[in-house]
Design a protein around this ligand. Structure first.
Ligand code: NAP
Length: 268
């Protein structure tokens, strides 16, 4: 039975915990300062404590997961590092907190994984991108994958510098998609549809198209070409969306660059 200790069971911590507690072979303990959130964690089957010092004597975690706000990560690691067994793994999902910064509080021993999940993790469809410390070996990456793949798709990057771009694409990305739905809905209403129907059409279209595009063998540009008859309705819309100067591609590039820049600033 693998012991997993989660520090911080707020939005992201609880989203992961709720799915993890259904996994076999793991036992979950939680350290969370907020009483209501501790109760919520216990309701899904974890043992919850107000502080690491309250854990049963002799408790040793195989994996320590830190899901506090970035500014609380250093204190959370300093308070709980003694609970991680020798050879244990420390995973943080805090945005912008570097492996080097965590190392200062974690000491030289543990393998550290910096992960960036996104909110669809709450429904088991997250995208979680991880970067591991230099002392990580294949079994550490396998342990990370085994835990995090329960909440979505897991990818690893070798260079930590890529985490700003990861944050800007998949970390913040769900908000771009939610805004796309809002914009799609507004456009549907402007074209004459009742708001409820416009939103249903927008959501189901996005869901269905995403499902078709998810196949790794499929190139979205091929799917697009297949539904675009020359001089038809789709072609008329795409001539607006694919405008080289004012279309979606340059807009998306500016949006992702803005998020990248902000991620770099927050990491400084
Ligand atoms: N939400 C997302 O979509 C998302 C996506 C990617 C990454 N993340 C990352 O996930 C992390 C958590 O975000 P969140 O939205 O879940 O934050 P949150 O809802 O504020 O959850 C963090 C919880 O940890 C508690 N806490 C703080 N310090 C603690 C400590 N030393 N020991 C135990 N509990 C402690 C907090 O209590 P107090 O509020 O009293 O401090 C809070 O209840 C962030 O670092 C964020 O960058 C979030």
């Amino acid at each position: 039975m693998k012991q997993v200790l989660l520090i911080g069971a707020g939005n992201m911590g609880f989203a992961m915990l709720r799915i993890w507690t259904r996994m076999a072979g793991h036992r979950f303990s939680v350290v969370e300062v907020n009483e209501g959130l501790r109760q919520r964690a216990e309701e899904v089957g974890a043992q919850a404590y107000a502080a690491a010092a309250d854990l049963p004597s002799g408790y040793e975690a195989d994996i320590l997961v830190v899901a506090t706000k970035p500014q609380a990560v250093a204190d959370a690691i300093a308070a709980s590092r003694g609970c991680l067994r020798a050879g244990g793994l420390l995973i943080s999902v805090a945005a912008g907190v570097t492996i080097g910064a965590m190392r200062r509080n974690a000491g030289e021993g543990p393998v550290i994984v910096r992960g960036m999940p996104n909110t669809p993790a709450a429904v088991g469809e997250g995208m979680i991108v991880c970067c591991a410390s230099a002392n990580a070996h294949t079994p550490d990456l396998e342990r990370t994958h085994a835990l995090l793949s329960a909440i979505g798709r897991v990818a690893f990057v070798e260079h930590e510098g890529m985490m700003d771009a990861v944050t800007a694409v998949s970390g913040s990305g769900p908000a771009y998609v939610f805004y796309l739905l809002e914009a799609f809905n507004v456009a549907g209403v402007a074209a004459g549809l009742p708001p409820d129907l416009a939103m249903t059409l927008a959501k189901q279209t996005l869901f269905g198209a995403a499902k078709m595009a998810l196949d790794p063998q499929v190139d979205p540009s091929v799917l697009r070409a297949q539904v675009t008859s020359p001089n038809g309705t789709t072609a008329a819309a795409l001539s607006v969306l694919m405008d080289a100067d004012h279309g979606l591609a340059p807009l998306m590039q500016r949006a992702v660059e803005a998020a990248c820049q902000r991620s770099r600033e927050l990491g400084e």
